[in-house]
Design a protein around this ligand. Structure first.
Ligand code: 5GP
Length: 186
């Protein structure tokens, strides 16, 4: 059976990665990888759907037991992808989408050189800042930190296979569909 494609989506905080991927999944058949994280549950998070929320100690045990494909520390919290489900889904012929940050993407590419990497860009840095502010519940210092991280992440986007400017949800999803379709037909 033909194996599925691995698709890695990255982009700065507030860009709308999860919204674009959720809309893609409504329109297409694919499996979204559910990461483990030690960060606190935020409003809107659904345990075991958004993430597997675990403690720092549980996360460190997973590292020790070799259960993670890749992991990183982002904003003082652990984030990582579980090994077993990814290969299982790819073997079944399912496309797998991972929404991870830039360090994780680099590590995934080392293990799966055929993975398609896609970076979501904001139409402008001012628009990204507005989106972060409109999310609410974040201090001005937090916004500044996230903007600095966003600049660093955007600088690494040159190495990604594709970039999509997320100025409109429908357009961004259509671009994602085109990229995945074109790669699958190769
Ligand atoms: P958030 O806390 O906003 O949900 O996620 C923070 C960042 O961690 C986002 O850029 C998100 O894509 C990334 N992330 C989520 N899961 C993983 C993972 O399993 N591995 C890596 N490397 N990054 C992840």
């Amino acid at each position: 059976m033909k194996k599925g494609k691995l698709i890695v989506v990255s982009g700065p905080s507030g860009i709308g990665k999860d919204t674009v991927v959720a809309e893609y999944l409504k329109r297409n058949d694919a499996y979204k990888s559910i990461s483990c994280t030690s960060r606190k549950i935020r409003e809107g998070d659904i345990p075991d759907k958004t993430y597997h929320f675990i403690t720092k100690e549980e996360f460190e045990n997973k590292i020790k037991n070799g259960e993670l494909l890749e992991y990183t520390i982002y904003n003082n919290n652990y984030y990582g992808t579980l090994k077993n489900t990814i290969d299982e889904q790819l073997e079944k012929g399912k496309d797998v989408i991972m929404v991870i940050e830039v360090e994780g993407e680099a590590n995934v590419k080392k293990i799966y050189p055929d993975a398609i990497s896609i970076f979501l860009l904001p139409p402008s840095m001012d628009i990204l800042k507005d989106r972060l502010i409109n999310r609410g519940n974040v201090s001005p210092e937090d916004i500044e930190d996230r903007m600095k991280t966003a600049e660093r992440e955007i600088a690494t986007s040159v190495r990604y296979d594709y970039k999509i400017i997320n100025d409109d949800l429908d357009n961004a999803v259509k671009s994602l569909e085109n990229i995945i379709k074109n790669n699958i037909n190769e």
